[in-house]
Ligand binder design. Structure first.
Ligand SMILES: C[S@@+](CC[C@H](N)C(=O)[O-])C[C@H]1O[C@@H](n2cnc3c(N)ncnc32)[C@H](O)[C@@H]1O
Length: 283
C-alpha cells in the first residue's frame, strides 16, 4: 500500500489550521465522522465555495471541489447516473446535486450524509435525504438497486474493504455499486482533518482551541486497479469502468454470498421489494 499522496494531486503544504468545532454529537454517526459535521465543511456548503481541503497529518492538502458539489450535475456525473438501476442510495450525498438529478430523472433516490447542512441542502433541492452514517442502520437494507460512492466517497471510513462489505449488505441481489476512483494508481489509508486553508504553518498541530473539528479522522484514496483488486477478492464482479471529464469510475456487481448475520433476516423478509423510502421522498 502506498502511503504517499502524489504531489501532482495535491496543493502546497497547508498554510493553516482554523477548524472550530460545532459537532452536534447527534446520533450514532457523530463519533465516527464528527469532522464532516463541523464548521469548515458546513461553512463551505452554506456559501457554495471553497477553499476546503482534507489536510493530512504531515501538512499536505487534498483540495475538495465544493463549487462542483454545489452546482448542478455535470456530464461526468450523468455518465454515472445513467448507469443506475432501481432505487438509488447516494452515500455521502453532500449538498445533493446527484439526488436531485436522479429524482428529476424519475429514480427513487435517497441521500445519506453525516452533515446537517448537506442534508438540509439536499432537501432544499427537492431530494430525499437522511442525517445518517453509512455504518448506521438504514432503510431498505439488502434491497437497494444501486449505491453511489462518488466524489472520493470510497474513502469514507478510511477502509475501502470495510465499505465494500457494508455496501454488499445494503444492495439487493444483483445490485450495482458505482464508485469514483482516484485518477492515479494509489491505495492509501490516511488520517486527515478538514481545513479551510486559513492560519498557521504547514505540519503544525492545530491549536487545542480547534476542538473536535481539528481531530484527525480516517480517510482512504484508491485508484481503479486497487479497488478492482479489493473488490474481486471479496467476490464483486466488474460491470464497467470508464472515464469522463478527467474523472474515473467503476461499477461493480454485488457478490453472491450469504449476508452478514446482522442483515440476513431483514433481507430474507424483503428480497424483491422496493426500499421503504416513500416518507423521505419529496411530496
Ligand atoms: C468528499 S465529500 C463528497 C460530497 C458529495 N458527494 C457531493 O455530491 O457533494 C464526502 C461526503 O461524505 C459525507 N460523509 C462522511 N462520512 C460519512 C459517513 N460515514 N456516512 C455518510 N456520509 C458521510 C460527508 O459529510 C460529505 O458530505
Amino acid at each position: 500500500m502506498s502511503t504517499t499522496v502524489p504531489s501532482s494531486e495535491l496543493a502546497a503544504p497547508a498554510p493553516a489550521e482554523s477548524a472550530e468545532s460545532t459537532d452536534t454529537g447527534k446520533g450514532p454517526a457523530a463519533p465516527r465522522a464528527a469532522s464532516w459535521g463541523a464548521d469548515p465543511y458546513a461553512n463551505a456548503l452554506r456559501t457554495g465555495r471553497g477553499p476546503l481541503f482534507l489536510r493530512r497529518s504531515d501538512g499536505w492538502l487534498l483540495p475538495l471541489d465544493v463549487e462542483r458539489w454545489c452546482s448542478d450535475a455535470g456530464s461526468a456525473d450523468l455518465s454515472a447516473l445513467h448507469r443506475c438501476e432501481g432505487p438509488v442510495l447516494d452515500i455521502g450525498c453532500g449538498p445533493g446535486r446527484l439526488v436531485a438529478e436522479l429524482t428529476a430523472l424519475g429514480h427513487r433516490a435517497l441521500g445519506i450524509d453525516v452533515s446537517e447542512v448537506a442534508v438540509a441542502r439536499t432537501r432544499g433541492l427537492g431530494g430525499a435525504a437522511l442525517l445518517r452514517s453509512v455504518f448506521d442502520p438504514l432503510p431498505g437494507e439488502g434491497r437497494w438497486g444501486t449505491l453511489l460512492l462518488l466524489d472520493g466517497n470510497i474513502g469514507i471510513g478510511g477502509d475501502p474493504a470495510a465499505l465494500l462489505a457494508r455496501a454488499a449488505d445494503l444492495l439487493g441481489v444483483g445490485g450495482l455499486l458505482i464508485a469514483e476512483t482516484a485518477t492515479v494508481d494509489v491505495d492509501e489509508r490516511v488520517r486527515v482533518r478538514l481545513d479551510d486553508g486559513r492560519g498557521g504553518p504547514p505540519g503544525e498541530s492545530p491549536p487545542a482551541a480547534c476542538g473536535a473539528a481539528a481531530e484527525l479522522f480516517p480517510w482512504a484514496r484508491i485508484g481503479t486497479p486497487a479497488l478492482l483488486r479489493h473488490a474481486r477478492a471479496c467476490g464483486w464482479r466488474t460491470a464497467d469502468q470508464w472515464g469522463a471529464e478527467g474523472r474515473t469510475f467503476v461499477s461493480l456487481r454485488r457478490p453472491v454470498r450469504e449476508r452478514s448475520a446482522r442483515t440476513s433476516s431483514q433481507s430474507a423478509e424483503s428480497a424483491n421489494s422496493t426500499p421503504v423510502i416513500s416518507s423521505q421522498l419529496p411530496k
